[in-house]
Write a protein that binds this ligand. Structure first.
Ligand SMILES: [Zn+2]
Length: 170
């Protein structure tokens, strides 16, 4: 729970106002009653789903000659961090079992079957139907080059995850 005596929480923006809440404790509870009042306020804020309290105030009353009462109150709010440690990891989705980067991917073989050409994964022998683009180069529909550093078209095998080079032409 983030608590501030001001209207804002540093580094955060208020995205939802919940309610003005109170926590009350008195000296019959012992010497820590001021702190208890704040604890009760925090508990009340948790119950309404807040993660911060702004405008925290504390009032102390002498209710009887023997008893002092503390009232802590503030605005229960929901805040969101605007800067700092929030980071989103960006992950590229690739087939499972992805191999570490290789600079020299093995070149796939081409095979004929039923009048079609297939590119064959050098590792697991999975077949990918070859298409010929307007420059007479082999392409596989749905696969883009995954390695700009290496010459030619490299793809990841969907089955075994190994990276291989598609032959330039038939
Ligand atoms: Zn494979």
């Amino acid at each position: 729970m983030l608590i501030s005596v001001g209207e804002q929480i540093t580094g955060h923006k208020i995205i939802e106002q919940k309610d003005i809440l109170f926590g009350v404790a008195d000296s019959t509870e012992g010497g820590m009653f001021r702190r208890n009042a704040i604890k009760k306020l925090i508990h009340a804020a948790e119950l309404v789903g807040a993660n911060a309290i702004t405008n925290l105030h504390m009032e102390i009353y002498q209710t009887t000659p023997e008893v002092t009462e503390a009232t802590a109150y503030g605005n229960a709010v929901v805040v969101e961090q605007t800067w700092g440690s929030v980071s989103h990891e960006v992950k590229t989705i690739t087939p499972a079992g992805l191999q570490p980067k290789v600079d020299d991917s093995p070149e796939a073989e081409i095979m004929d079957a039923n009048g079609y050409k297939f590119v064959v994964c050098p590792k697991c022998k999975s077949k990918y139907k070859a298409d010929i683009d307007e420059n007479n180069r082999i392409r596989i529909v749905g696969f883009d080059d995954v390695d700009d550093d290496e010459p030619g078209l490299q793809i990841y095998c969907l089955r075994c995850g190994s990276k291989f080079t598609v032959p330039d032409s038939l």
